[in-house]
Design a protein around this ligand. Structure first.
Ligand code: C2E
Ligand code: MG
Ligand code: MG
Ligand code: MG
Length: 273
């Protein structure tokens, strides 16, 4: 007993223990309770047409209003949620929440725009994922063409089989599909033939240094256009980036230049305008 305690003691106070480890443990134990207590919420970032500047879509981004930690960003808990399987109920909650929000806007007579949802590779490992999505759409009464699923390049590479099958079904249902963070994975271009997606989202890393460093952004835009895919620039912050992207044939953009992610009530205001 004493030995056991001693070991725990050592573990807790080992030199590598830091605030980050403690936070991870804390967050992990509180996921279930947090979902039940409605501590998760969504913000929506506008997606704009580069040519007209108009809002043509939204991306749903999750946040956690933690009772003691404050607002926790998804970068701090999504990986952990994936590791412990919590991404399944959490991911379902996100899809349901987005559909409810769009239904609400429709009922208010607010013009609906397509909204993208970040879907984790782990969600595809569950055999019932497709049925679940179909059930949610039926139950809430939302058309699949209002939904877009964003899947990261690395997710596509690592878990090919169940993902290929499910993506085909989603595509046939009429859900728009895009590859998120494009250009950051260790990909061969081969998988673009395997996955019949509609759009590529250029990772922020390739937008950051535009127009000075333009080689990769240029290549991705040209690739997307040759494959007849929609191409979206992520993380646009300056008007110089905007001008370059517009000139280079990019279709769509997202970034702080236009708007950060906002609560649904603020988005409602923008959509009405
Ligand atoms: P992502 O899908 O690539 O989302 C873009 C991220 O860039 C968002 O961060 C957004 O707030 C941020 N961003 C947008 N414009 C700019 C800009 O101009 N400059 C900069 N510096 N950043 C910008 P966020 O909301 O913290 O999300 C981070 C990541 O967490 C997302 O990256 C996505 O991979 C993941 N995530 C967010 N919500 C969900 C979700 O519901 N489910 C899953 N599985 N993952 C999610
Ligand atoms: Mg995304
Ligand atoms: Mg992205
Ligand atoms: Mg990203």
């Amino acid at each position: 007993q004493a030995k056991h305690q001693g070991r725990n003691h050592y573990l807790v106070f080992r030199p590598s223990f830091d605030q980050g480890d403690y936070k991870r443990l804390l967050l992990k134990s509180q996921f279930e309770q947090a979902l039940a207590d409605r501590q998760f919420y969504l913000e929506y970032q506008p997606r704009v047409d580069l040519e007209s500047g108009g809002i043509i879509g939204l991306e749903a981004l999750i946040r956690w209003k933690h009772p003691t930690e404050g607002i926790v960003a998804p970068g701090e808990f999504i990986t952990l949620a994936e590791e412990i399987g919590f991404i399944i109920p959490l991911g379902e909650w996100v899809i349901r929440e987005v559909c409810s929000q769009m239904k609400h806007w429709q009922e208010q007579g607010i013009p609906a725009v397509r909204t993208s949802i970040n879907v984790s590779a782990k969600q595809f490992n569950k055999a019932s994922f497709v049925d679940k999505v179909q059930d949610i759409l039926n139950e809430i009464g939302i058309g699949p063409s209002l939904l877009e699923f964003e899947i990261t390049e690395s997710a596509l590479m690592g878990h090919a089989k169940p993902i290929i099958d499910d993506l085909k079904v989603f595509k046939d249902m009429g859900i728009f599909l895009s590859i998120d963070d494009f250009g950051t994975g260790y990909s061969s271009l081969q998988y673009l033939k395997l996955f019949d997606v509609d759009a590529l989202k250029i990772d922020r890393a390739f937008i950051k240094d535009l127009p000075r460093d333009k080689l990769l952004a240029k290549m991705i835009i040209s690739l997307a256009r040759k494959l007849r895919l929609q191409v979206i620039a992520e993380g646009v912050e300056t008007s110089a980036q905007h001008a370059w992207l517009l000139n280079s044939g990019c279709h769509e953009a997202q970034g702080f230049l236009y708007s950060k992610a906002l609560p649904a009530s603020d988005i409602e205001y923008l959509l009405k305008a």
